[in-house]
Design a protein around this ligand. Sequence first.
Ligand code: 13P
Length: 253
Amino acid sequence: MRKPIIAGNWKMHKTLGEAESFFDSVKGKLPEAGQAETVICAPAPFLASLAGRAGDATPAVGAQTMHEEEKGAFTGEVSPVMLTDLGVRYVVIGHSERREYFNETDQSVNRKVKAAFGHGLVPIICVGESLEERESGKTAEKISGQVRAALDGIGAENAAGAVIAYEPIWAIGTGKTATSEMANEACGEIRSTLADLFGQDTAEQIRIQYGGSVKPENIEELLAQPDIDGALVGGASLEPESFIALAEAAGHE
Ligand code: 13P
């Protein structure tokens, strides 16, 4: 049985004070870690404070990206060592916004995924097709290609601990959600790719999230799908009430 995982991706939102008060508001109101995992992926400047507050409690803290090197002349970047030193446990890798605006490629995503595993961070690896790709029937090819590239050279033991987020680009921040059947079909495609790469047993252990206009109103239907194990949530993760509602739905799974 795969444990559901709800991760908020705050993107470039909030001040430190707002971020801290969010953590105060959700404290004690999220499912136990044994029932569902909850994570907030916050902007880098907040990570020290939030990870210090979170400790072993929920939600855990994640970063939204990182560099693959441990240190060096990479102005503006954040390394895996810096993240683990703060108590950060998750890192989003290859979000479509990073691929589109910050030139991240399948190859750089793969290097970052390797670095995440090398440092004991759980990578939340994002894949997803554009509207054009969906309309021209290329969805399966695109997402399975991204999964293969991201996990190239990774062993089954590490892969079992990865989280894959299926985020169709056309559903992000648009209010357009993929129907739960469409989302499940794509997540199923990802799982068969994982089975091809690592074997069925490992594929059955890997959590696959859906992301793209997830909100308290549609989370239950999405989580009810057999291949959807959680959600990566942008807008609806910003307010404590709606994050709590999303997490509660996962806790009931
Ligand atoms: P929205 O939930 O705002 O559509 O964002 C999805 C997303 O990109 C999460 O990473």
